[in-house]
Design a protein around this ligand. Sequence first.
Ligand SMILES: Nc1ncnc2c1ncn2[C@@H]1O[C@H](COP(=O)(O)OP(=O)(O)O)[C@@H](O)[C@H]1O
Ligand SMILES: O=c1ccn([C@@H]2O[C@H](COP(=O)(O)O)[C@@H](O)[C@H]2O)c(=O)[nH]1
Length: 230
Amino acid sequence: MSIPSFVIGIAGGTGAGKTTVARHVTEGVGDAVTRIPLDNYYEDLSHLAFEEREQVNYDHPSAFEWELLRTQLSTLLEGQPIEMPVYDFERHNRTDDPEHVEPTDVIVLEGILALYDEEVNEMLDLRLYVETDADVRILRRIRRDVIERGRDLDGVIEQYLSTVKPMHEQFVEPTKKHADLIVPEGANNVAVNLLEEKIRAEIEGSSSRTWERESADGSAMDQLSVDTDE
Ligand SMILES: Nc1ncnc2c1ncn2[C@@H]1O[C@H](COP(=O)(O)OP(=O)(O)O)[C@@H](O)[C@H]1O
Ligand SMILES: O=c1ccn([C@@H]2O[C@H](COP(=O)(O)O)[C@@H](O)[C@H]2O)c(=O)[nH]1
């Protein structure tokens, strides 16, 4: 059993590259990292018919079961395992089989509103916002949703204009102010390498870097400072 020592939150608009960044920064470090997709914490909508679930606004904060996320993150931070829900985008609902997740040294929470909830933010040691232009994001989303999430072009466009875009502007983009670091264009090599290094150092418990909080104006921006003695 591990007591997690480092929790990273990765937020940003749909298609920004959050999942890709999370995959890249964790793939080289084996079992010591757990990825928690915020999507798994969409409310259980089993009581609705499929046609009704298709109409839900999945980009509003109320679409998520925040209390369950807070409880499960706390449980992991106490070194206890959780039964994490698993989301099925094609059915717009949770699957019947939750995933057993053991606590690990590093936890990565990733999702559009990963920096939205105050209590969740307090549990994060490093907050990232992946920033990618809206035109790039929608193009990526079209391709991904059609290929991987069982959608058609018209449906993706209609959903984007009616809920995804306005909710992004109202709720997702403003969470950028909670970020310690902003990662441009998703999986850029410099950012990914730095993060991977940081995660490795956390896991090995012998970090040569220190994170120095500078919040003179209350904006809570962190700076990466390299220890030149080593
Ligand atoms: N840097 C990139 N360059 C090109 N395509 C990318 C890049 N990052 C992600 N993608 C692709 O864009 C789509 C959305 O990326 P994803 O990581 O799922 O975004 P998010 O989790 O922010 O919604 C995926 O199909 C992914 O393969
Ligand atoms: O049933 C659902 C649940 C969510 N969505 C959309 O998913 C994205 C969030 O996932 P990303 O991987 O960050 O793109 C969100 O914008 C929802 O609109 C969905 O379409 N259907």
